[in-house]
Design a protein around this ligand. Sequence first.
Ligand SMILES: Cc1cc2nc3c(=O)[nH]c(=O)nc-3n(C[C@H](O)[C@H](O)[C@H](O)COP(=O)(O)OP(=O)(O)OC[C@H]3O[C@@H](n4cnc5c(N)ncnc54)[C@H](O)[C@@H]3O)c2cc1C
Length: 284
Amino acid sequence: MLKLKGVEEVYYPTSVKEAVDLLRKNKDVAEVVGGGLDISVLPNPRIKYLIFLDKLNLNYVKDAGEKIKIGAMSSITDMINAEPLKDYLHGRVKEILSEIATELLRNQITVGGSLGKREPYSDIVTLLYGLNAKVVLSDGEWDEELGINDLYRENFRKGLKERIIKEVILEKYDTGKFFFSMKRHIRNATDIALLNEAILIEKDGNKIKNAIVAVGARPKPAYLFREATEFLKGKELSKELAEEFGKFVESNVETGTDIRTTAEYRAHIAGVFAKRIILESLEG
Ligand SMILES: Cc1cc2nc3c(=O)[nH]c(=O)nc-3n(C[C@H](O)[C@H](O)[C@H](O)COP(=O)(O)OP(=O)(O)OC[C@H]3O[C@@H](n4cnc5c(N)ncnc54)[C@H](O)[C@@H]3O)c2cc1C
């Protein structure tokens, strides 16, 4: 935090309402702090007031009947160690979380900070898109549950000057009917992804009833690849489908070129991941 030279005051509110009141009062010169990674690595010189959320009791991963609730201040490590996520979707989510960045970073990155920052390369955002997670925004008096796409409707950053992210809600999927997998293309173990892709498939026997396909680090932020969902719906899972789907994804996914790699390479990787995920689903 040594780089944060312009900061005049730090606050530790004890309720969401108090945090939001502080935020609303100081809008452009105040920022809430999750794990504090972005705020310390890329400080905004305009920020005078930091509002730490540490005292809001938002660090939890709870089994809530048909859902799992994750408090915004939970770190990736908290999620990896949480009992409700241990066997969630056959442990695939835990496995993916364990591969993100380094242990030190995983200890610091919070789910609220990842959603609030929405880095284009974020694995958490792609993962939560793929899981069809709901995000709860709160001003301390009223909570609103939104899908991730709705969270990211225009002006979401402005909206986060009026409310904070309180928690994320995951559906408990029946693994007899649902298959989930996510892949990240990285050049070395601690690298940020050149592309990431998450797919949730709802099955009816061997037929695909519904699917969610999310692609991130394109290098634009993660998006729901609706054409891929339409392609999969109603099809029988098979090796041939994996092949066709891989080609479809490569030809239709929206990717771009940046300093790290080209749009064509990203599209190719997206196709390879799509094919692999369908093949994995066949293996159960
Ligand atoms: C070197 C490095 C490598 C990384 N690699 C990866 C990677 O491979 N994959 C990956 O997914 N991530 C990775 N990250 C993490 C990612 O880039 C963000 O830094 C991280 O998600 C921010 O989390 P944080 O909790 O530290 O947020 P903070 O820095 O505290 O906050 C980020 C933004 O979100 C806002 N915010 C925080 N909490 C809330 C809340 N509850 N409600 C509303 N707004 C909120 C803040 O005001 C701020 O604008 C990496 C980060 C670093 C520094």
